[in-house]
Design a protein around this ligand. Structure first.
Ligand code: CU
Length: 277
């Protein structure tokens, strides 16, 4: 009862949160926010749709169970029912309360698996970015364009007006809008996690392992804020993620400058690997 009731309470809180988030229209946490951030990109949109569907289903179940409990409490109270029945089993109702929840779970599994496979499909990506977690900053490598740079959090005295504290970085992860981008996520020292709530992306960064995810940010110049969400040491909370989306044309202009500033040494890969080994 109490778990169901708490879920019901949190669904009300969620709806309020959605209202608050859509008013603010920002891809970052808001003061007093209780719901999800506004979804951006096709994965986040589908994840939010599934979430909303589940919210309806769990709310109906919770209301139904609460109504049954209230009815039973009233109908079988001592005044109305002085001599309680000694019934302990009822085959029909036991089959019903087993089969119906199973059917509900099967119905939920269909859209759930559909989304899972959609998120998993990194084929046909238009570009690839390697994301490496370090204590305590991120490194972004644009594999097709031979550039790489570190991304450090800005300290309080480095913030420009409008830049959120603890979320802004010196070099954001700049991406073109409306592009399927595959991300290879790994780590150098300890476990980290690449998490951008508004893009519905959260992937663990392991040492010696590469995890794949993909994103497609919608049209429009916008900044999406995220954080490392795997406790990774004392500065865990000081390695934010900033994804800066821009139109393809502006992105190309940025890329031209970035190739000057962040070029990876023009050494054949075999020699780079030999140097590492
Ligand atoms: Cu971390």
């Amino acid at each position: 009862m109490s778990a169901n009731f708490m879920r019901y309470l949190s669904s009300g809180a969620f709806i309020l949160g959605i209202l608050a988030a859509s008013v603010a229209g920002a891809a970052q946490p808001e003061p007093w926010q209780i719901g999800l951030q506004e979804p951006a990109g096709s994965i986040a949109q589908k994840a939010t749709d599934l979430h909303n569907l589940l919210l309806i289903i769990i709310s109906l179940i919770s209301v139904f169970v609460l109504a049954l409990l209230v009815y039973v409490g009233w109908r079988f109270r001592r005044d109305a029912n002085p001599t309680p029945s000694k019934t302990t089993h009822n085959t029909t109702i036991e089959i019903l309360w087993t089969v119906i929840p199973v059917l509900i779970l099967v119905v939920i599994a269909v859209p759930s698996f559909r989304l899972l496979y959609y998120m998993d499909e990194t084929k046909n990506a238009e570009m690839v970015i390697k994301v490496t977690g370090n204590q305590w900053y991120w490194n972004y490598e644009y594999m097709d364009d031979q550039i790489a740079f570190d991304s450090y959090m800005l300290k309080d005295d480095e913030l420009q007006p409008g830049q959120p504290r603890l979320l802004s970085v010196d070099n954001p992860l700049v991406v073109p809008a409306n592009t399927k981008i595959k991300m290879l996520v790994t780590a150098n020292d300890v476990m980290h996690s690449f998490f951008v709530p508004s893009l519905a992306v959260q992937t663990y960064a392991f040492i010696g392992r590469v995890n794949e995810v993909w994103i497609d940010v919608p049209e429009g110049e916008k900044t999406y804020y995220g954080q490392c969400n795997q406790i990774c040491g004392v500065n865990h909370s000081f390695m934010p993620i900033v994804v800066k989306a821009m139109a393809k044309k502006e992105y190309q202009a940025w890329l031209a400058d970035a190739k000057q500033e962040f070029a990876i040494l023009d050494v054949p890969l075999s020699i780079q690997l030999a140097a590492v080994n």
